[in-house]
Design a protein around this ligand. Structure first.
Ligand code: CMC
Length: 428
């Protein structure tokens, strides 16, 4: 705890509130007794100044453009680690030994299959359903199939459901894609890596051997690492809030997926590539920049700006580098990448974006890579959900294991009518 309490004068009285210190980052004022002591609430829609929980998972310094998982910089993890190792790190707090990593990867690979009846669930959806709509439904349905891991008070149940969610998400996501293109579902092949398996289930067909491209597998794995966790963002907070009531983890992750879908959050990767394609050629960029600055136009530069980063998103730096690697490996190019680079350059030199500290975020370049690999735009947010599942699960476990955990229940500033008497319809 910091030494000096924060002082508040309200209703003519002075109150002291403890100031808590984290291991790094801003101090927080502990206002848990505020209502009891002052008879007042705080007002913070959008939680711009509110720490909703204590967490030891991920740290972001938005001014400096720093992102750490359990203390390790995202750039180092993206360069040298792999998604299974990062998943272990997020769940357990430390990097695994070689033996621990092998055991963890093996456990995850043993949970990749879906209950066969769950596979028939897909047939209830329209073929043209958005794969995120399918994800919300199928992941929500997992709790109807895996009853033996929904007792959240049992740490073994919690561990198994966590492993199941991480393991089954690639199978669920790939099946959503297969259903939309009318191809047969692919069963997992557990000899492959987590990411290799996902690519094969997505792009492979039963009639042929799937040729896994090592550079694509590496790029995809890196993209998963970049999306693995991101502190208390909207979908993670949704998972925590849903979980705070004691709801089972499958239901909580389905809630997270629903929240992620929005264009201000995970849906921005789909929106960003659609925007870049709409812009088309670099000469049209100034027109779109002017639109983004116009308060009367709802258009925003998708893949730009962030609630926390007021500097370059460190994930975007890695993404931009990965675009070049994938293009080189596949011997392809996409004019949309040139448009993106030019848009970034013009926006970063424009007073509006400089003053508001708007920089490219993780979603700005990811679509260019995913499109080169062969994913349709509708799958982009699904891939985000797949990777973020490990973060959601780790955050959910951290919350449930906290002995001081309470149901999340914000209050409000009520501005509706005060009490009045009911009037029968015939006299209204
Ligand atoms: N284009 C144009 N203006 C923008 C943009 C943008 N992309 N982002 C923010 N602004 C302006 C905004 O109009 C506001 O101006 P003013 O102060 O004059 O009203 C100011 O910058 C602050 O924006 P805000 O909306 O109050 O900030 P926020 O923290 O509530 O929103 C955001 C953050 C990410 C929702 C927003 O920047 C945005 O809508 N960006 C585009 C969508 C996007 O790329 N989302 C992905 C986020 S990263 C991945 C993830 O976490 O899911």
């Amino acid at each position: 705890m910091a030494e000096d309490p924060a002082k508040l004068t309200a209703h003519g009285k002075d109150f002291d509130f403890p100031v808590l210190k984290g291991s790094v980052g801003p101090d927080v004022i502990d206002i848990r007794k505020l209502y009891a002591q002052t008879d007042m609430f705080t007002f913070d829609p959008g939680f711009t100044s509110t720490a909703s929980c204590e967490s030891a998972l991920t740290y972001i310094d938005g001014d400096e453009g720093v992102l750490l998982h359990r203390g390790y910089p995202i750039g180092q993890l993206a360069e040298s680690s792999n998604f299974m190792e990062v998943s272990y790190l997020l769940l357990n707090g430390e990097l695994p030994s070689a033996k621990e990593l092998a055991a963890f990867s093996s456990t995850i690979s043993r949970h990749t299959m879906l209950h066969e009846q769950l596979m028939s669930f897909y047939k209830g959806f329209r073929r043209d359903a958005h794969p995120m709509a399918i994800m919300c439904g199928v992941v929500g349905a997992l709790s109807a199939f895996y009853h033996d891991s929904t007792d959240i008070s049992d740490p073994v149940h919690r561990r198994i459901s966590s492993h199941r969610l991480i393991a089954k998400m690639p199978t669920i996501a790939a099946a959503a894609y297969k259903y939309s293109v009318g191809q047969p579902f692919m069963y997992p092949d557990n000899r492959l890596s987590y990411t290799g398996n996902f690519l094969r289930m997505t792009f492979g067909v039963p009639a042929e051997e799937y040729d896994l491209h090592p550079a694509v597998e590496k790029a995809m794995d890196r993209i998963f690492i970049l999306h693995a966790d991101h502190e208390q963002n909207a979908s993670t907070s949704t998972v925590r809030l849903a979980g705070s009531s004691g709801a089972n983890p499958f239901a909580c992750i389905a809630a997270g997926i629903a929240c992620l879908w929005g264009p201000a959050h995970g849906g921005a990767n789909e929106a960003a590539l659609n925007m870049l394609r709409e812009i088309g050629t670099p000469d049209k960029i100034p027109h779109y920049i002017e639109r983004a600055k116009d308060k009367n136009d709802p258009f925003r530069l998708m893949g730009f700006g962030h609630r926390v980063y007021k500097n370059y998103d460190p994930r975007a730096t890695v993404m931009q580098k990965t675009v070049r690697e994938v293009f080189e490996a596949l011997n392809v190019s996409d004019p949309v990448f040139e448009t993106a680079l030019r848009l970034e350059e013009l926006a970063l030199n424009d007073d509006y974006f400089i003053e508001k500290k708007l920089f490219p975020n993780v979603d700005f370049y990811s679509g260019v890579i995913l499109s080169a690999i062969g994913f349709p735009t509708t799958m982009f947010t699904v891939l985000f959900a797949l990777a973020r599942t490990v973060g959601w699960v780790a955050q959910w476990n951290e919350m449930i294991s906290d002995p001081g955990q309470k149901i999340g229940r914000p209050r409000q500033l009520y501005t509706g009518p005060t009490q009045r008497d009911y009037v029968p319809v015939e006299t209204r």
